[in-house]
Design a protein around this ligand. Structure first.
Ligand SMILES: CC(C)(COP(=O)(O)OP(=O)(O)OC[C@H]1O[C@@H](n2cnc3c(N)ncnc32)[C@H](O)[C@@H]1OP(=O)(O)O)[C@@H](O)C(=O)NCCC(=O)NCCS
Length: 170
């Protein structure tokens, strides 16, 4: 996969069935305890309370490639970030910021007023991203990530501010 993709070649859209293999591969590259492909398939096809988005590089050398994925669970008026990953070759160029802002805007249109998530307490990249959105740490879940033996921070963004989210998409 190219590490030189221009940010203009990255488009965000809803996840489709044909994306699932690439989404699962991306998750394997991004997490010590990745979701199996079937978990993404369930979210996409069977969970009515799930919002699934991808970022696609439509100028990738071998054709279109999925370079980012986001799943949000709609829990009453809460948008819970279930998983978010960007391909290692495409990090630090604002793709996660765009994906998350777009996902949260879609969640607001479905009735969300706040967002919650768990994140590894040592995940500096993710914490930088979330604090940039205005998420605040409101709790600690000890040993939440058993593979990495690491605590989770519980982050809360309340309220979801549409103007702020639009500005984050850029
Ligand atoms: C966390 C992750 C999704 C971020 O993806 P990304 O596309 O690189 O993030 P972005 O480029 O959108 O960065 C968003 C912000 O964080 C900043 N940032 C990203 N990585 C950074 C780093 N290592 N150091 C400092 N700042 C960083 C960006 O500069 C940007 O800040 P800005 O809005 O002030 O410009 C990506 O690192 C990843 O997939 N990690 C593995 C999976 C994971 O941990 N997911 C989160 C689970 S909760």
């Amino acid at each position: 996969m190219s590490s030189r993709a221009k940010s203009g070649s990255i488009a965000l859209r809803g996840m489709r069935e044909e994306d699932l293999a690439q989404v699962a591969e991306l998750d394997h590259l991004s997490f010590a305890d990745p979701w199996p492909q079937g978990a993404f398939e369930y979210e996409l096809k069977s969970n009515d309370y799930s919002l699934c988005l991808v970022a696609e590089d439509h100028e990738a050398p071998h054709g279109r490639e999925i370079v980012g994925a986001l799943v949000i669970w709609m829990i009453v008026d809460e948008a819970h970030i279930a998983t978010l990953a960007v391909h290692p070759d495409y990090r630090h160029r604002g793709i996660a910021r765009r994906l998350l802002a777009e996902g949260l805007l879609r969640a607001v249109s479905l009735g969300a007023v706040r967002s919650l998530l768990e994140v590894r307490s040592g995940n500096a990249d993710a914490l930088h991203l979330y604090y940039g959105f205005g998420y605040k740490a409101v709790g600690l879940r000890p040993n939440y990530y058993q593979t990495e033996r690491e605590d989770a921070l519980l982050l809360d963004l309340d309220p979801l501010d549409i103007e702020n989210l639009r500005n984050l998409i850029g």
